[in-house]
Write a protein that binds this ligand. Structure first.
Ligand SMILES: [Ca+2]
Length: 382
């Protein structure tokens, strides 16, 4: 925020680095798949909504396929159907907005169409993490302002690296990504501390009598966005890097095993950071794709496309970079890796979220205030 006097392009880049928290120093680059130079043309992007206030999420609710639900960072939930917008909820007086703070995540219960239950993740006025359950009103267009119950409070030592993503997994649990607590290079080594929820992906059974959060993945810096590929019981986690490397991880969910370890802060990408140790028995997992800070500064994870309108994108994982607006897609291999990383022609400035509409088609949130949709590529000009 002290950056607001900088040149506009710099403001954009830094504001973004903002949301997911990139850092400022570091190391060398790895042998994981890197984007190839020639751009692919799997889709174009079309702007479908403007005038939003720093959207951090866009997606659809089960049973409500015509609508897009958008989070605005300062605490508003907006429901959009064509030209019609409804302010579904305003948590503004309970939310602290900072570069990486605000209303950060939304997950609809898979049975939302019948139980009207949803979950939100935000930074409270003290900057600490809150997750709570809410109920939509009977009209399905708005949300009761008072939460049904709080599900999680986490003290946040710093303003940055608050994670963000909330999502239901294929096992029916609610998953949350939490950053390492902030500062640079995880000074308190929280990501590798098994006793801390910071620097983890955690999950809870929301139907349990006493909901208890468990660590599912450890060793994360700032998992701003992750998504599930239920067909393969996998989770794709994009972890925002420090100074050098942005990474995409593909991880098999094996709930009976010790939490798998994504390496931070002992590794940034595949780069070993001296003086930082791997802790715990969990399998060490390295990214399936990375890119350097020559190409961006803060990865925004997407999902494995399963829609109908973009046949060339089917079963490809789509992701991008907040600062550069670049979009990539890649193919997963049967062995659990990734190949064919392609930089797409299309770009989305200040890319804060990649979501699915009610038909499983790709929608993008831009913190610059717009929502975009991926559409079939225009034929090449001859
Ligand atoms: Ca990692």
């Amino acid at each position: 925020m002290e950056l607001l006097s900088a040149a506009p392009s710099l403001v954009v880049a830094l504001a973004l680095a903002v949301i997911a928290g990139c850092g400022t120093q570091s190391s060398a680059q790895p042998p994981a798949a890197s984007p190839e130079p020639a751009p692919a043309h799997h889709f174009d992007v079309e702007r479908i909504a403007t005038g939003l206030d720093r959207p951090t999420f866009v997606g659809a609710a089960p049973g409500d396929p015509e609508a897009l639900w958008v989070l605005e960072q300062a605490g508003r939930v907006v429901r959009i159907v064509g030209e019609e917008r409804t302010l579904a909820l305003d948590l503004g007086d309970r939310v602290r907005t900072g570069t990486e703070q605000g209303l950060l995540g939304l997950a609809f219960d898979p049975a939302f169409a019948t139980n009207r239950r949803l979950f939100l993740h935000w930074s409270d006025p003290a900057g600490d993490t809150r997750v709570a359950e809410f109920r939509a009103r009977a009209d399905g267009r708005s949300i009761e302002p008072d939460p049904v119950r709080e599900l999680l409070f986490v003290d946040q030592p710093e303003e940055n690296h608050n994670g963000g993503q909330l999502a239901f997994g294929p096992d029916g649990r609610l998953y949350l990504g939490l950053g390492d607590g902030g500062g640079a290079f995880d000074p308190e080594r929280r990501a590798q501390d098994p006793a801390s929820l910071l620097g983890k992906v955690v999950a809870v059974d929301v139907d349990a009598e006493v909901p208890r959060w468990e660590v599912v993945l450890t060793g994360l810096r700032n998992p701003w966005r992750f998504s599930f590929d239920p067909a393969l019981a996998e989770v794709w986690v994009a972890d925002v890097g420090q100074d050098r490397v942005e990474e995409v991880n593909r991880v098999r969910l094996e709930v009976d095993e010790a939490p798998k370890n994504l390496g931070w802060s002992a590794y940034e990408g595949r780069q070993r950071l001296v003086g930082h140790e791997v802790v715990g028995p969990g399998e060490l997992v390295f990214p399936v794709a990375t890119y350097s800070h020559d190409e961006g500064c803060s990865v925004t994870g997407g999902f494995v496309y399963g829609g109908a309108s973009l046949p060339d994108l089917v079963r490809r994982y789509v992701y991008g970079d907040f600062c550069a607006g670049t979009l990539w897609s890649l193919s997963g291999t049967p062995e659990g890796g990734a190949v064919d990383v392609r930089r797409e022609e299309a770009k989305v400035p200040q890319l804060s979220h990649i979501g699915e509409d009610g038909d499983g088609e790709v929608v993008f949130a831009s913190a610059a205030g717009s929502i975009y949709r991926a559409v079939p590529p225009a034929p090449p000009q001859s």
